[in-house]
Write a new protein. Structure first.
Length: 358
């Protein structure tokens, strides 16, 4: 069974795609974004997937790829198109080659025009394709830098994408209007640059008069992406806080395991955000924890020590996860949620005060 997720980076309006064979537990990430490396890693961990490879559809000009960072974190292979000119890739994929993940695979189709090295990735059953910046929803990528060529793009789309089955879903690399997916039939009929009876000459004339400014990040993104997002020390996105062995969740917060907390209680501030009646209920509470119900936390946050790490606690980890976000917004840097809350703490037989074992 195919596991599929469409992920979004709001800064660059980039879509990243996770595809996995749920039986083999092998996954690919298409067009990952550097700043979202922790998010993507968390999703892989929560699904129990092994990242086999990252695939970039081209050398991006508006964001830096997370390919190198994810390789550091997961040992994944870096795959780019054969004509990107990118260094540090593990594999340069040429037209007609396949990229396997478990029993499934993506077919590589070279679709130059937006850049000289663009590729489109077609799922093995041709039910969907990932077009990068080549073809967008009712639009297409620009053709005025990085070896762009309007005539090449027109021919790429008509020969390699519009020849796919009408019902084939097309997933773009970006969208700036909230669109998430389209189809071959829709774009062939309604794309205002390429569809209907529009000719190659019509398209070339259209693209020659776009008059777009260059992407804001182009001077940084293109050199970095020609190195597959390489950073010498792995600084930046995905850097782990060093005060505890934390795990980042797909929901967007840091967690710490109960057993580590139990061993380091003197160094921590424990903030229990349950209601007062729960503090001494059947689950009890952790010795030394300070009771600050979630509804009162914002008013009392200034009473907490900003230098000592804070671990938030509740019954099952939900309210305390919300508390981590509240404290981070208040400027606290070292904050984590107690994974599983008091339920997990209690299940592991760790010491409590109050309740039947107090």
């Amino acid at each position: 069974m195919l596991l599929f997720r469409q992920l979004f980076d709001p800064v660059s309006s980039t879509y990243t795609y996770l595809l996995a064979d749920s039986a083999a537990r092998e996954a690919l990430l298409v067009d990952p974004v550097f700043e979202q490396a922790q998010r993507d890693s968390a999703l892989l961990r929560e699904f129990g997937l092994r990242l086999r490879a990252t695939v970039d559809t081209h050398v991006h000009a508006d964001h830096i790829t997370a390919a190198w960072r994810l390789k550091q974190l997961h040992g994944s292979e870096i795959i780019v198109g054969a004509h990107t000119g990118a260094a540090r890739a593990d594999r340069l994929a040429a037209h007609g080659e396949t990229i396997p993940f478990g029993s499934r695979a993506l077919e590589v189709r070279e679709t130059p025009g937006h850049t000289a090295g663009c590729i489109t990735l077609v799922l093995d059953d041709r039910s969907c394709a990932f077009t990068g910046d080549c073809l967008l929803v009712r639009g297409c990528g620009r053709t005025d830098f990085q070896g762009g060529d309007a005539r090449a793009l027109y021919r790429s789309i008509h020969s390699q994408i519009f020849t796919l089955p009408d019902a084939c879903l097309l997933y773009p690399g970006h969208d700036y209007r909230g669109n998430t997916v389209t189809s071959v039939a829709e774009e062939r009929a309604f794309n205002p640059r390429l569809g209907g009876a529009l000719s190659e000459g019509d398209f070339v004339g259209y693209m020659a008069n776009l008059g777009l400014p260059h992407p804001k990040q182009i001077e940084v993104a293109v050199p970095a992406n020609r190195q597959c997002g390489y950073t010498p020390q792995g600084e930046g996105a995905g850097a782990m806080p060093d005060w505890a062995p934390l795990s980042f969740t797909f929901a967007g917060f840091w967690e710490v395991a109960p057993e580590w907390v139990a061993e380091h209680l003197p160094q921590l501030q424990l903030v229990d955000v349950r209601e007062r009646a729960e503090f001494d209920d059947a689950l009890g509470h952790i010795g030394g924890a300070r009771l600050l119900p979630l509804g009162e936390l914002a008013a009392h946050a200034g009473e907490l020590d900003r230098e000592r790490p804070i671990v938030t606690v509740c019954r099952a980890g939900g309210r305390s996860a919300q508390a981590t976000a509240l404290l981070q917004r208040a400027g606290f840097g070292k904050v984590a949620n107690l994974a599983g809350g008091m339920l997990r703490w209690h299940a592991q037989g760790l010491p409590v005060e109050g309740g039947p074992r107090g």
